[in-house]
Design a protein around this ligand. Structure first.
Ligand SMILES: [Fe+2]
Length: 471
């Protein structure tokens, strides 16, 4: 039995802990911005089992599956339709028609297959449909006979400076129960994203024995419900490398490049890992964290020639996608993006990139507008400083894959970090006109319309003044 004195002292200790707890539960203001009060257990996310309904194969012999689309040219008048047939090649034709004309047209696909260790892929079809009208709903069909499947997409408006357009941001999705929540929240978000900017790490098949490529198939079936109806713009992450010499697999990016084509030649790129597209009022540059980017390399040379081509009177919004973040204050993948930052950051400031989206770290973080480009080998100026010509850096690697949340942060929060939180979710970038865009981040625990972090973006070219943010 406890003595009265002990009881009294334990209750005062309890009060102290309660006060401390309240203080810790409020948003903690450190040297930098806000570290969210949302704190979660470090627990692994669990992959959905193979017999989950989200992985179900469509009924019928050799029915097309894993249907997905991406932009097929530089300006948005072409779409690449991809699908897989498992038993035999089957029909190679895509039938398509616009809602306006209803005249059925057709385009032919090419078929590829690949082997990976003891896995043999199905027949992977890729068909580029060209000369589409802007801002038009198209229906399309793949397969033939009783296994014909019908989908639709809407082409973007013609490229122009004041064209409103809404992008979704998803990264590091994987195929867990959390991944499914993230995708559902994206689909039901009233912001209504029209195109997904995907910042890399797709299926996480390489986390399975021998990079079990069956998990590439299940992932394709899982995301079909979105990716067959709106383009997903792809970025390569480390889980796309699939380099495994120990099992005789020497070709980096083999499963990814066979399954997810991108229109890299349309932007004079020589590799599907880096390229650009224009879409509505945005110019989107995709970079590759896991391909060479040092001086004289193909990616370096391409980006050097690419940035001056961006015409901000045509596409005011300059968005960069890359997998490994340059500004990251979590104790995961810390400074992994540093060498690419050193190579390219001064260009991003010079060309006034509006925003850089990255993944890789399984959490959320938004930076201030900062740069760290003054340093040379003797001056010691190696601290990020506020810079209104610099991009905002956003880590959105919180899609929910099997590796779980990154919830260990560096302390104190650095000055460059405006907001950080270890929660799964997705984001939306809603361009209003040439000067303004509304950005919001949505955590999976909240209702579909709830914004856990948000910010008005003022365009760096047309309206380069200080912004306010809210969380
Ligand atoms: Fe990654």
């Amino acid at each position: 039995m406890m003595r009265p004195s002990s009881s009294s002292s334990s209750s005062s200790v309890g009060i102290v802990f309660a006060v401390l707890g309240l203080a810790l539960n409020a948003a903690v203001l450190c040297n930098g911005g806000i570290t969210s009060s949302f704190v979660r257990q470090a627990e692994k996310s669990v992959d959905m089992p193979l017999d989950s309904d989200v992985f179900a194969e469509p009924p019928g012999y050799n029915a097309p599956q894993q249907v997905h689309i991406t932009q097929g040219d530089h300006s948005g008048k072409a779409v690449i339709v991809s699908w897989v047939t498992m038993a035999e090649p089957g029909s190679n034709t895509v039938l398509y028609w616009s809602e306006k004309s209803k005249v059925k047209m057709q385009a032919e696909a090419s078929v590829v297959t690949y082997k990976y260790y003891n896995y043999a892929s199905g027949y992977i079809h890729h068909c580029t449909i060209r000369n589409l009208e802007f801002d038009t709903k198209y229906y399309y069909e793949v397969g033939s006979g009783h296994v014909r499947r019908k989908f639709w997409f809407v082409t973007p408006p013609e490229v122009g400076p004041d064209v409103p357009y809404t992008f979704g941001l998803i990264g590091d999705l994987g195929q867990t129960y959390d991944s499914n929540m993230t995708l559902t929240h994206y689909e039901l978000n009233p912001a209504k994203g029209k195109t997904v900017l995907y910042v890399g790490d797709l299926s996480y098949a390489d986390n399975y024995p021998n990079h079990d490529n069956v998990r590439w198939d299940t992932w394709g079936r899982f995301v079909e419900r979105s990716a067959a109806y709106q383009p997903w713009i792809w970025t390569t992450g480390n889980h796309e490398i699939d380099f495994a010499p120990e099992i005789g697999e020497f070709e980096p990016f083999k499963p990814f490049t066979h399954r997810y084509p991108v229109p890299f030649r349309a932007s004079d790129s020589t590799s599907p890992s880096w390229y650009s597209v224009k879409r509505a009022s945005a110019y989107i540059i995709v970079l590759a964290s896991y391909s060479a980017y040092g001086k004289y390399t193909p990616q370096y040379e391409w980006l050097q020639q690419e940035l001056p081509k961006v015409n901000r009177t045509e596409t005011p919004w300059l968005i960069v996608l890359v997998h490994s973040p340059w500004y990251n204050s979590y104790n995961y993948h810390y400074m992994e993006g540093e060498t690419m930052r050193v190579m390219f950051e001064s260009w991003f400031v010079e060309y006034k990139v509006d925003v850089v989206f990255a993944g890789h770290v399984h959490a959320y973080e938004r930076s201030e507008r900062v740069s760290n480009i003054a340093y040379n080998i003797i001056n010691g100026m190696c601290t990020p400083v506020k810079d209104q010509s610099a991009p905002v850096y956003i880590t959105i690697g919180d899609g929910g894959n099997i590796e779980g949340l990154a919830n260990n942060m560096t302390e104190p929060q650095p000055n460059y970090s405006a907001y950080r939180e270890a929660s799964f979710g997705h984001a939306s970038f809603d361009i209003k006109n040439r000067t303004h865009a509304y950005y919001s981040w949505h955590r999976n625990e909240d209702g579909y319309a709830v914004e856990a972090d948000s910010m008005w973006f003022f365009n760096r070219y047309w309206h380069p003044v200080d912004e306010s943010s809210s969380s």
